[in-house]
Design a protein around this ligand. Sequence first.
Ligand code: CUA
Length: 191
Amino acid sequence: MTGDPPPSSPHDPGAEHALRIERRWASVAVLIVIFLIVMAAVAGVHQATMPQLKLELVDPRTLHVSGEFIESNLGTAVEPDGSVTVRAIGQQYSFVPQCIVVPTDTVVHFRATSGDVVHGFLIDGTNLNTMLIPGFISTATARFSTPIESHMPCHEYCGVGHEGMWGKVKVIDKAAFEKLAADRRRLTCVD
Ligand code: CUA
């Protein structure tokens, strides 16, 4: 036996130092949790969560028969305020429309839902990423600054044909889009 105090003694300067470091890191962990809670709250208030917290319901059994998502209403529509609204549905195993066309430098509202099971809705190269859930309308807003052509793969496993389920998004110059929109109610780039 020696005269040294046991390492866990509260008077051990080494143990006290360790305790201080531990408290410091514990407060860092608490601050991170608080930051995440604040971030979730802000995203909720600004409706930036995907899927949205605000629920809009739709009957998946009658999508093709009546309402906002009938086939003749799908595609890109020009709104009176100058923005455009894209309406689309996901179903095993395709998107309708298969090719979405939108203008540059314009606020684009996406409204989409599923006719059967959960699908993913994601535009490659952008942060637009949500789920299509039967019974709910998923919404997202975007603005594209440059013309791009992007893929839109389904990224939620939805059955045996999942890997073959994808669409295309073409962002075209605003002037070219306006020319196309002049004589059409709904636009797509389906050949
Ligand atoms: Cu639709 Cu995976």
